[in-house]
Design a protein around this ligand. Structure first.
Ligand SMILES: Nc1nc2c(ncn2[C@@H]2O[C@H](COP(=O)(O)OP(=O)(O)OP(=O)(O)O)[C@@H](O)[C@H]2O)c(=O)[nH]1
Length: 270
């Protein structure tokens, strides 16, 4: 299945970015801080090559701070990748984005008089529009047509920063079941596309290992060895009609922050 996803997707991505990449100083790659690896697109590095990049781990106020720190360290050491943990919702660290982009653009050309230009890119639902609006301090950031830029790309003026947006371009690799499960739990893919119970079952061992105490505190039931036994116990306790409804109760609690901050993956060797 990955064979179908890769070449077609890569081709489209390359085509769309071809005319924009030479115009920008920095790539702002956005990922969800609760799944800092699964919410990224593995093709991006190959396409942008050596263009400076900052990985924005958005929705950080919902993410487990310990794992988030480990991910930042991992990307710094293994990928030499600059990361910023941000929240477009609480505005945490948003000012640092402009500072970092200005710094990178200045290193490239200290005489430059125009605004630095960034290209924002990320998988659907990671928060790109919210970030642009927060940076531009507007609910409908101003768009302008740019000659030579493909029509799929829009330019926004965020005060001292110009941001190119590429809607609906970058897809996660949903053929990978672990990736799809994490994104389903984060509601980054619709419940109709990927069954919540399947996603929860796939991630149950991870959640049991890292968040057992939080689950037990909320539902007053220890997490059992097998996910089906656990769901069945919860179903009976909370009077749910079936296991799917029971799973949805848990996912709604997770997504709504009632089970605290969490991450769905840890960096290798963490
Ligand atoms: N809690 C929280 N929610 C956020 C944050 N940033 C964005 N969101 C929410 O995430 C959802 C998706 O945000 P969008 O800005 O539409 O994401 P997008 O990447 O532009 O989505 P596409 O248009 O599908 O590519 C919305 O419900 C936002 O309110 C954040 O920092 N924290």
């Amino acid at each position: 299945m990955a064979i179908q996803w890769y070449p077609g997707h890569m081709h489209k991505l390359r085509q769309t970015l071809q005319s924009t990449l030479p115009l920008v100083d920095v790539i702002l790659e956005v990922a969800d801080a609760r799944a800092p690896w699964s919410s990224r697109n593995p093709l991006l590095s190959e396409i942008i090559g050596k263009k400076p990049r900052i990985l924005l781990l958005n929705k950080a106020e919902l993410a487990d701070p310990i794992f988030l720190k480990q991910w930042q360290e991992y990307y710094k050491v293994h990928n030499k990748l600059r990361t910023l943990t941000i929240s477009a919702k609480t505005r945490a660290n948003l000012d640092r984005i402009k500072g970092e982009v200005h710094h990178i653009a200045k290193m490239k050309d200290s005489q430059r008089i125009r605004n630095p230009r960034a290209l924002i890119i990320g998988v659907p639902n990671c928060g790109k529009s919210t970030i642009i609006n927060a940076l531009a301090r507007s609910h409908k950031a101003k768009a302008a047509n740019q000659p030579g830029v493909t029509r799929q790309v829009t330019l926004y003026h965020a005060q001292s920063l110009d941001i190119y947006d590429t809607p609906g371009l970058l897809w996660p690799n949903l053929e990978d079941q672990a990736v799809a499960s994490r994104l389903a739990i984060l509601a980054a893919v619709r419940d109709e596309v990927y069954l919540p119970s399947e996603a929860f079952s796939n991630l149950y061992p991870f959640l049991k290992t890292h968040y057992n105490a939080v689950f037990e505190a909320r539902y007053k039931i220890p997490m059992q060895e097998h996910v089906d036994d656990y769901l069945y116990t919860l179903k009976e306790t909370f009077n749910k009609p079936d296991l799917e409804a029971t799973t949805l109760m848990i996912l709604n609690d997770l997504r709504g922050g009632k089970l605290g901050s969490f991450c769905l993956e840890v960096p290798p060797h963490a």
